[in-house]
Design a protein around this ligand. Sequence first.
Ligand code: T46
Length: 135
Amino acid sequence: MSIADCKLIDLPKITDHRGNLTFVEGGNHIPFSIERVYYLYDVPGGAERGGHAHRQLSQLIIAMSGSFDIVLDDGRDKKRIHLNRSYNGLYVCPMIWREMDNFSSGSVCMVLASNRYDESDYYRDYQDYLKALKA
Ligand code: T46
């Protein structure tokens, strides 16, 4: 897996004079079934989140409101992506280190995940992650 496998996905957007509607179908718009949804909100200015990789988990990360940056790192290359549209989702495949910062005031980050929460799926130490990539 590399950061080239992580893609910004344009989700369907139904525009309407009443407001817009976007939807996500697991296995259709994203390459996994959705087992869990979580969201980050009330993030204080200057906060950083992430700082880990997942062994198995695939995720779609969406800026539902406001904006933030995600730095993807596959142990060779790094890429900073700015998310600021609720109809765009960043697909992050397994074994990618991610860090999040630059949260705007009032931003909400929603994440669709392929599995339930499992702490044993995390690499939270960067050196352990690099070792696992070489193994
Ligand atoms: C990711 C980024 C975008 C749970 O109990 N259940 C959950 O579903 C999650 C996601 C977390 N937690 C617990 C685990 C920790 O005690 O909530 C606490 C904070 O989690 P963490 O430090 O991992 O939060 P972030 O914002 O750094 O990372 C999260 C996800 O963990 C991660 O998968 O990609 O958001």
